[in-house]
Each structure stands twice: as C-alpha cells, then as structure tokens.
Design a protein around this ligand. Structure first.
Ligand code: SIN
Length: 529
C-alpha cells in the first residue's frame, strides 16, 4: 500500500492546479489513465471567460452566467468564481501561459454565445493546449509531485466499508497500473477527482476518448450525491465530415462574426432568437437540430468568409489548417457543422470549495457540480471554474485536515483488492458492441430533444446492458476497456434517471412532453445510499 498526503485523479486544468497548490503542503500523487497530455482541457479552443476590460464588470459576468443557467445557478457560487478569476489568471500567466494581446498590450478578448461583453481570454484557437502544456511542465518540475500515467483509478475506498467507521469518509483508492496489469491500493486523507466529464457517452461528441465519466461513476458507487446530470450541453458547431468525428469549430468564430446558414446559404437564427448566431448554446443547438430536421440535410454551415483570410489564419490557425486539410477553405467556403455532446453541467455535488458529500473527497472541474452552470453553462466559464475551485479546494482541504478527527489511524490497513475470476476477457467484441450500443442509444433517445417514451426506452436498455457489463467486471481480469465501459454505463444511467425526474423543459433539458418551466428551481439529486 502506498501513502500520499494528496492524491489527484486527472491532468486537466483542475487536476494540475490542485496538484501544484497541494504540493506546497505535502507529497502529491497525480494519476491519469492515459498520458498527462490527454484531457478535455487540452482540447479547449475558445478560452477562459474573465472580466478584464473597463467596459465589463463582475456584475455583468454574473448576470450573463445566471441568464444562461436558466434559474438553477447558485448566485453566491457564481459571484465567488467570477470575482476570483483575475487572481487565478495572474497565476497562469506567471506559469508562462501566453494569452493573446493587442498591439497596446491589452488582452485580446473575444466573445462567445450568451456573453454581453468581450471577456474571453484566449491563445489563438488552442487555449487549452497552451494552458495544459504550461501546467504539465510545472508539475513535472515539482519535486513533491509524482505523476503516474497509465494508472486507472478504479474505485474509492471509504470508511463505510471498514470496521473503523466513526464517519463515512474517503481514505484511499484502488488503482490499475495499466502497464503491469496490477491493482495497487493507495491511501490518502485527501482525494481530488478532476477527471472531466462523460461526453463519450454519446455517439457524437467534441470530447477526447478519455471522457468516459470515470469520476462521477466512481463517486456514485462510493455513495456521493450526484446532481443535475440531465443537463448535457451540446455544442452547436462540431465539424461535419466523414473523416473527422469530433473536431470542434469554436464558438469564437461566431464571436468574430461568423453566421449560421442553411444549405442554400440562408441565415436562419433570426427565426429562433434575437441574439441570432450568438444566442446561448442550448438555443442555437436546438435551432440547428430543427433546421436539419426541416431541410432533411445532414448538417448546417458556418460562414466566416466576410473576414479577411489573414485574420482567419492568424486568429484561428488550428481550425483553418484542419479544415483546409479536408478540402474546406474557411476563408471562402462555409464550414459544415452539426451539434455534438460537449459538456456535462451536472456532476458530483460540491460546495464552492469542491468539497463533496463524502469527507476527504473533492471534485474539481467538469466532474463537479458547484452550482456555477445551473441548467446551461455559459461558454468558457469552465476553465475559469477549474482554476478557481482548485485553489479553494486545496485551501479547504489543508485547513480542514487540521481539525478533522475522522481519519482512521495510519496503522489501520486498508483492505486489499479482491480480484474476481482471473480469466482474461475472451470476447472483446461484446465490450465493443455494448460500448457502441450505449453511445448510439444515448444519441437517439437522450440528446437535444427528449420525450418520456424515448427516456423510458433508454432506461430499459441500460438496465440490460448494466447486467452484462457487471458479468464482465466480476467474471474476468479487469482491463481498461471493461473499466471504461462500466463507468460509461453508470454515467449514462445517471443522465437518464435525472432526465426522467425533471418533468419540465429548462436550459439544456428540453422535452416535448413537458414544454415550459414548471418545476421549482431545484436541482436533481441522486445518491446510492
Ligand atoms: C468553444 O470554443 O466554442 C468552446 C468553448 C467552451 O465550450 O467553453
């Protein structure tokens, strides 16, 4: 058994910010199931929303966030995160993150849907990559941080499962060392889940392969409260191309004047919202869904050809080059786009310090549900949340540790991993089939427009799939594929159960059977115990 003062799972902005701050207080182990470079953060194009100009204010940013959140944001949390943003941005700049600036040195701020001011700080169209690279370099250089790649966190160990049980609290983790195929037991008083979201639950997504809902599934199995999982954000503009499945066309293009048009080149957003192409994402995604159904075409188009080629290649080099490679010259051709699953607004319920309902367990970033996003996230608020809540979580965890007597004595052994059968999986085809089936059924039955019937159908199928996956989990030697499938199904089931429970249409949850907002402004909440 290994002991660390802090264990962090995940290497996006949340995980590495926690690690760097926690390392000021003790030894930190950071676990990630692939390489540190693979995170949702690294794929973020748009940027970080943060008040930085004289014509903007915290009040305006708070108001825009509340407006997008459709009555389910926690206003105190929104205000805290928005107002602590500039300090966290300064720290990123100290680490070397280069945000784009204008000739006079002021930040080059862009706009995205739902923002009434230019406030999105960015590094061309690869902001996430810039942030991720600088954080990884700092973590590698830190003597108190041990970074373990290809280590899959399987399950949390809580005192509820031990004889020592004055309170239920988190005391460790089982982790699969994927290189050796061995499970190790790791012990820590303070565990931070920073595993991102679960976009891979859907057939079409802008998320990387790692986004399989691992943190939510693990916390759910341990008994943590999970909230608001019905609110899955569909990004309106994912590239539509047979060769490239999950490439995002940043909303910042619309911030710089790109317009959505149908196959005949006609604008359509004016039919749906006065803010047209810059309306909040739930509205734009639904409008595109409707236009695709109306015209029978496979996609709509995003047209930025009014901008000079030089501007496009300088401001959006990644998008321009990727499209050009596929034969689309964004300076003259409209870009084919479709909506795709992008962000999980719900997650492990936490306070503004990332503290979950289980002592010693923190959730930071997309995996957590602080109350910032409510029923619909305002664009580019998520990297901001990751940085601010990481800072607060470490402060909370280190302060609380001094007064918390609920930890079992260090001499208390944690139970070692019990593997079921030791046979190797003989039929990988079943795993891949189930994986595809979950993603397809979630897309067909639980995406942008929902109905009671479709949700019930999805719930039934998921129950059967869960039984099959559990047979695999208990019957064979565990592998990354089995673990991801198990988490994917847990996450999908939580989305469906939360969607069934919300009998109204609000923010990202839109159902033909319950149009309009009816329910009181309460979050959905689920816990196994
Ligand atoms: C984008 O660049 O459109 C994505 C930004 C975000 O999801 O916050």
């Amino acid at each position: 058994m290994e002991n660390f003062d802090f264990i962090v799972v995940g290497t996006g902005i949340a995980g590495l910010s926690v690690a760097l701050k926690a390392a000021e207080h003790g030894d930190v182990c950071v676990l990630t199931k692939r390489s540190a470079k693979e995170s949702n953060t690294a794929w973020a194009q748009g940027g970080i929303a943060c008040v930085q100009s004289d014509d903007d204010s915290f009040d305006r940013h708070v108001a825009d966030t509340l407006d997008a959140g459709a009555g389910l944001c926690d206003e105190d949390v929104v205000r805290t995160i928005v107002s602590e943003g500039p300090d966290r941005i300064d720290e990123l700049i100290e680490l070397g993150v280069a945000f784009d600036r204008q000739e006079d040195g002021a930040f080059d701020l862009t706009r995205e849907g739902g923002h009434t001011r230019r406030r999105v700080m960015h590094s061309r169209d690869t902001t996430g990559q810039e942030v991720s690279q600088k954080l990884i370099a700092a973590a590698h250089a830190h003597p108190r941080i041990t970074l373990r790649e290809e280590h899959f966190a399987i399950d949390l160990i809580t005192t509820g499962k031990l004889e020592y049980a004055s309170h239920d609290r988190c005391v460790g983790l089982y982790v699969l060392n994927q290189r050796k195929g061995e499970v190790v037991t790791m012990r820590s008083d303070r565990i931070f889940l920073c595993t991102g979201g679960g976009g891979r639950v859907y057939q079409f997504t802008t998320n990387p392969e790692v986004a399989t809902g691992d943190g939510v599934a693990m916390a759910w199995r341990a008994g943590a409260v999970i909230s608001d999982m019905e609110f899955i954000q569909f990004h309106p503009t994912c590239l539509y191309h047979p060769l490239v499945k999950n490439f995002l066309i940043s909303e910042a293009l619309r911030g710089e004047g790109a317009i959505l048009v149908d196959k005949d080149g006609k604008e359509f957003m004016q039919k749906y919202d006065a803010r047209e192409s810059l309306a909040p994402r739930d509205i734009v995604a639904r409008a595109i869904d409707q236009e695709i159904k109306r015209t029978g075409g496979p996609c709509v188009y995003l047209d930025i050809s009014h901008q000079e080629k030089e501007f496009i290649t300088h401001r959006f080099p990644n998008i321009y080059e990727t499209c050009l490679h596929l034969g689309i010259d964004a300076a003259s051709d409209p870009i084919p786009v479709v909506p795709a699953a992008h962000y999980q607004c719900g997650g492990i319920r936490t306070d503004v310090n990332g503290a979950s309902s289980i002592r010693g367990l923190y959730a930071v970033g997309e995996v957590g549900r602080t109350g910032l996003h409510g029923a619909n996230r305002l664009a580019s608020n998520s990297l901001l949340e990751g940085a601010v809540v990481a800072h607060r979580a470490v402060a909370h965890a280190t302060e609380r540790f001094r007064t918390d007597g609920s930890m079992p004595p260090k001499s208390y052994d944690l139970p070692t991993w019990q593997s079921g059968d030791v046979a190797d999986v003989d039929e990988l085809v079943v795993i891949y089939h189930n994986w595809d089936e979950i993603r397809r059924l979630m897309w067909d039955y639980v995406s942008i427009v929902r109905t009671d019937k479709r949700l019930q159908r999805a719930a039934r199928r998921l129950r059967n799939l869960r039984r099959e996956v559990n047979e695999f989990y208990w019957g064979y030697r565990i592998t990354t594929e089995i673990l991801e499938l198990r988490n994917l199904i847990e996450t999908a089931s939580l989305i469906v159960d939360s969607a069934v429970a919300r009998r109204e249409s609000r923010g990202l949850h839109y159902t033909l059977d319950h149009p309009g907002k009816h329910q009181s402004t309460r979050s959905s909440e689920f816990s196994r115990f």
